[in-house]
Design a protein around this ligand. Structure first.
Ligand SMILES: NC(=O)CC[C@H](N)C(=O)O
Length: 258
């Protein structure tokens, strides 16, 4: 029997917009395949031993929560997490969690919150919150045989910019994405996926959930051949409706200028 241990960083603080749904999706999609999953919270002051985990998740949070955890995250967990990321630990980081993996986050009043520096990205608070449904197209998922579309919801003021060490998760079809400027969303580095998509993103995008589970299982069980297919007809139907609605819509910015 395959087993996975998932670490959930700061579940009581980085928990905006239902990001807990990502943990539930990973757990349920594993259990539906007979894979045993243990979810362990990693909170303020908790020791983080990366070898105990096959996958870790960081959710979103407002600037206020990010400042609360910053010292603990960088001082007590940062070095270990950076080492684990270089050793291909599977990580999903959403919004605030994504920003914290970067080099720094500069808030609206100019305060610079140091990030982990695990991802070659940096974030600068914008004046305007980027809020709404978002649809992106991801080559990553097409490569592993999933529908390349990823749908979700974004709500962030931070504008994230990518350095040369990371690739974008996808190209924005509808919404703002990383910064509302370069038409990219998210960042991929080794087995880390950073994204602004709440929603939560994994229940809405079963292919992305399975992609992360497959990465973790292949790393833990070298002979692992792949996940058996689940009946995702309902999710696919909901996604198709949302995708066609968002693909057809033109963003208000586009309407205004084109
Ligand atoms: N939804 C979030 O996690 C917000 C992240 C960050 N505080 C921002 O506003 O950009």
């Amino acid at each position: 029997m395959y087993e996975l241990t998932i670490g959930h960083f700061y579940p009581d603080l980085l928990n905006t917009y239902g990001d807990m749904g990502n943990i539930i999706a990973l757990k349920r999609r594993s259990e539906w395949r007979g894979i045993k999953v243990t979810v362990k919270p990693i909170g303020l002051g908790d020791e983080f031993k990366s070898e105990e985990y096959d996958l870790v998740f960081l959710g979103g949070g407002q600037d206020f929560e990010q400042e609360i955890i910053q010292e603990d995250f960088l001082e007590n967990k940062g070095k270990e997490l950076r080492k684990a990321i270089e050793n291909n630990l599977v990580v999903l980081a959403v919004c605030g969690g994504y920003q914290l993996l970067g080099k720094f986050y500069r808030t609206a009043n100019g305060k610079e919150i140091a990030g982990l520096g695990a991802l070659d990205v940096w974030t600068i608070a914008g004046r305007k919150r980027m809020v709404g449904n978002i649809l992106i197209e991801s080559e990553l998922l097409e490569k592993v045989g999933y529908d390349g579309k990823i749908v979700g919801f974004e709500n962030h003021s931070g504008k994230t910019y990518l350095g040369p060490e990371v690739k974008p998760l996808g190209r924005v079809i509808y919404g703002y994405g990383n910064n509302g400027e370069d038409n990219f969303e998210g960042a991929v580095y080794k087995n880390v996926i950073g994204t602004y998509l709440h929603g939560s993103v994994l229940p809405k995008n079963p292919g992305l959930a399975d992609y992360l589970l497959t990465l973790a299982l292949k790393k833990k069980y070298p002979g692992f051949l792949g996940l058996q297919k689940l009946n995702d007809d309902y999710e696919t139907m909901v996604r198709r409706k949302l995708i066609s609605r968002l693909s057809g819509k033109r963003h208000w910015l586009l309407k205004r200028f084109f």
